[in-house]
Design a protein around this ligand. Structure first.
Ligand SMILES: [Zn+2]
Length: 58
């Protein structure tokens, strides 16, 4: 049995690129790197299921 996964979609606060990361459904916080400018971000779920909040994690 596999763990349900959700797509965490977040906007880079540095360059504005949209990034997507597949995470386990019960994830409360994830760390991901922007595909464009390579800046590390902390991403957390918002009220909406797909769009996550992101902030720089330097
Ligand atoms: Zn970026």
């Amino acid at each position: 049995m596999s763990v349900p996964a959700v797509t965490a979609e977040w906007n880079c606060t540095r360059c504005g690129s949209t990034n997507r990361k597949l995470v386990p459904a019960d994830t409360a916080r994830a760390r991901d790197r922007c595909n464009h400018c390579r800046a590390w971000h902390l991403v957390e779920p918002d009220d909406r299921p797909v769009r996550w909040n992101a902030r720089l994690d330097d």
